[in-house]
Design a protein around this ligand. Structure first.
Ligand code: ATP
Ligand code: MG
Length: 452
């Protein structure tokens, strides 16, 4: 990889902040993630600034500031509504939530501030005057593609256990390797991840999952980290599949499937969990073939427990669980227009398109046995789905040609009968889309439900 310093082009506003601080006699640099990402030619998410000025001094120099984390030295400077976090050079005590150390000491030394940072690639600073300040060979590690702790890994992970997850997450985002000593330290200290809150682990897991290399979760497994927050994954890795449809253990199959899954949080989580029910539903027949009858239902139940444990929000939990439950929706169901409408009704219009992607990833991670057939069948489901969208066929109450008010208007009393009739009409139009006409449906209701 050829990385060039000239590629660091900070936004004018960041340059302005640095300029104001320097003119007032302080040091100031952009630092951390934005320097790393710029060197990689990626657009940084945000530009953090580190300075020798104390928070009060920063606030004295800019008219619009917010006390974002003043106790930790962070002030947000607002320039035309755009915020820039400016943090005083500091030495950290222990981190509690993985972002903010419990106690900090300000320091006049940039070196000290860079030394507290987690990985060499995150410990570089830059300004136009001094150029790149790279005291821990971050550029070299960026070039080599290595995640390495600043300083002694055992010490650094003991200070803050979340760094272990961050390290693997950066490896997954960048497609990098873990430096061996850094990785060995994670292996030793993995159990201490239990001190970190579920919310912070969730953040790292999601970043890992939506990265370019979601299968790097394997590193978290090998290091003993998944055992702490997701032991069900360890069971998957240890569950062989002896069956003509399969090549890999449940876990390896899942990793391959993740590589074939579009970069989307819900999709990747659903693929990660789609077979989580397998280890608990294992049976082995007299020929030694493994079966996992009922694993989608078991998987749904386990997925809920796991996602709750990791404090995911209810919308994510409900959708992912539904996808796990229906992940092999097409098994044993013929791809016909009517079955597609029924399936879409059963699964829901939001979830169904996800299932097409999940089924594709699943097939790609199975053995070659009948693969072409499976892919062709899936392509057929996709076509049928697109046809339903194109023709705007009704598969849910919201696109039914009549609603509760229409029923009341022809004399159906308010109450639960309305809902029952609407669902009956929906079944009717799912079987026969041409019936989704207001007059036709109202006639049907008059015939069957009035004047009985
Ligand atoms: P991204 O924002 O893409 O997750 P980042 O490197 O910007 O990556 P942040 O969490 O935004 O990560 O943190 C900004 C910088 O603060 C990091 O680059 C690193 O220098 C430092 N940092 C963040 N968290 C820690 C930590 N737990 N231990 C040590 N340094 C940290
Ligand atoms: Mg950042």
């Amino acid at each position: 990889m050829n990385l060039s310093l000239r590629e660091i082009q900070m936004p004018q506003k960041a340059a302005y902040i640095i300029d104001v601080l320097e003119k007032a006699g302080f040091e100031a640099y952009v630092v951390g993630g934005c320097v790393r990402d710029s060197l990689l030619g990626k657009e940084p998410m945000d530009w953090d600034i580190t300075t020798s000025a104390k928070p009060e001094e920063v606030k004295g120099l800019f008219p619009h500031t917010i006390d974002t984390g003043i106790a930790h030295g962070t002030v947000t400077i607002l320039l035309q509504k755009e915020g820039f976090e400016v943090t005083t050079y500091r030495i950290d005590g222990k981190y509690e939530d993985g972002r903010h150390p419990t106690e900090v000491t300000f320091t006049p030394s940039l070196r000290e501030d860079l030394r507290r940072r987690d990985f060499t690639i995150n410990a570089m600073a830059y300004n136009h005057r001094a150029g790149l300040v790279d005291l821990f060979h971050g550029l070299e590690d960026l070039q080599k593609g290595i995640i390495r702790c600043v300083g002694e890994p055992l010490e650094r992970f003991s200070e803050d256990a979340l760094r272990m997850m961050r390290g693997i997450r950066f490896a997954a985002q960048l497609g990098y390797e873990m430096e061996p000593e850094t990785f060995e330290a994670i292996k030793k200290l993995a159990p201490s991840l239990s001190k970190i809150s579920a919310e912070r682990i969730q953040t790292e897991l999601v970043k890992l999952m939506v990265s370019d290399h979601p299968d790097h979760i394997r590193l978290a497994y090998e290091a003993g980290l998944t055992e702490v927050f997701f032991p069900e994954f360890d069971s998957m890795m240890q569950q062989p599949q002896l069956h003509k449809h399969h090549l890999y253990s449940v876990g390896e199959h899942t990793l391959v499937a993740l590589r074939h899954t579009p970069k989307d949080k819900v999709l990747r989580l659903a693929v990660l969990l789609h077979d989580v029910g397998k280890p608990e539903t294992l049976t082995v027949d007299e020929k030694g073939v493994t079966h996992f009858y009922g694993h989608p239902a078991k998987g749904k139940e386990l997925a809920r427990t796991i996602l709750k444990r990791l404090k995911f929000d209810n919308d994510t939990i409900n959708l992912v669980c539904k996808l796990v439950y229906f992940h092999d929706f097409s098994t044993g169901v013929q791809a016909t227009p009517k079955n597609a409408r029924r399936m879409l009704h059963k699964i829901g219009e939001e979830a169904f398109p996800y299932l097409l992607d999940i089924a594709y990833a699943d097939i790609c991670a199975q053995s070659e046995y009948k693969r072409e057939e499976k892919l062709a069948n899936l392509a057929l489901w996709r076509e049928l789905y697109q046809e339903i969208l194109k023709k705007e066929y009704c598969v849910s109450l919201k696109s039914l040609a009549v609603n509760g008010e229409d029923l009341k208007a022809i004399g159906i009393p308010a109450g639960k009968e309305i809902g029952e009739i609407l669902n009956k009409l929906l079944d009717l139009v799912i079987e026969n889309p041409a019936e989704n006409e207001k007059q036709t449906l109202l006639e049907f209701v008059k015939m069957n439900h009035l004047h009985r």
